[in-house]
Design a protein around this ligand. Sequence first.
Ligand SMILES: N[C@@H](CCC(=O)N[C@@H](CS)C(=O)NCC(=O)O)C(=O)O
Length: 302
Amino acid sequence: MSDIIYHHYDPSPFGEKIRTIFGFKGMSWKSVQIPRVMPKPDVVPLTGGYRKTPIMQIGAHVYCDTQAIIQELEKRYPDPTLFPDGSEFLGWGMSFWTDKLLFSTAVGIVFGTFGDQMPPEFVKDRSEYSGGSINIEKMKAALPVALQQFAAMLDWAEQGLADGRSFLLGEKPSLVDFDLYFNVWFAGRAPAAKKVIEAFPRLTAWTERIAALGHGERTELSSTEALQIAKADDVSGYRGVIAEGEAHSGGDTVTITPNDSGRVPVTGELVTLTNREIAIRHQNDIVDEVIIHFPRAGFIVS
Ligand SMILES: N[C@@H](CCC(=O)N[C@@H](CS)C(=O)NCC(=O)O)C(=O)O
């Protein structure tokens, strides 16, 4: 089996979501550290322009978005599963709350707390990324409300853990736990959010249980080596699946764009289109040919 190559930066919250899943599944993986802001010259050849963090690479296959990464990890490493007792609907549905609404509350807390210390180029990059202007003064003023909202939502988890269960769905960890955890991990770097978290004893004990799962076995790899690995892998024979009734056909030139932030269109030749996945064949001089996989939910094909 080819190596799992994971492109991320250590403080990345979505990065932490997958690192904890590596720990849960007891996996070995190669770590490539990527820049926190654009340009990302060793990422873009792999993703065709998709700029978010993290991405996962296996040879010349590239998985964009944690949803696509998790789908692939679950296929390759099904045991232990992220979906015990048929919890797919809860896990995926929960991601759309944790990754959007809860995460934007956590971002409000982190920017409202540390905005003044953030380098101007970081604030400018994230303003462009979010398709609006990030206003640190407004975020500072909104910090008390963000903290209240964060506490009100974390209280749901405290209630859910009240019967003494170890994880949110019972005795086994599930995607629901990793969905929530990375937001708590991220916001908790702000002292006021840490206080909010610590006021919930069951939630606090739960964060310690998730952290204890670790990150699996990590070894470092350079971005140059990762590009060479992609280039050396021949995916010319790769065939995907186009579901019946889709408006696009295999071989069509399409663009794929996230429907929320970082809306950079990626162009390629369509190879897979189903309710779960979009994949395109993309070419450039640096890696020759890569197959780039996206989840369907949250991505627009045109
Ligand atoms: N839906 C995406 C969201 C990823 C995301 O928002 N990542 C943040 C960092 S944790 C990001 O890409 N920020 C801009 C960047 O890193 O360039 C996913 O699940 O992977």
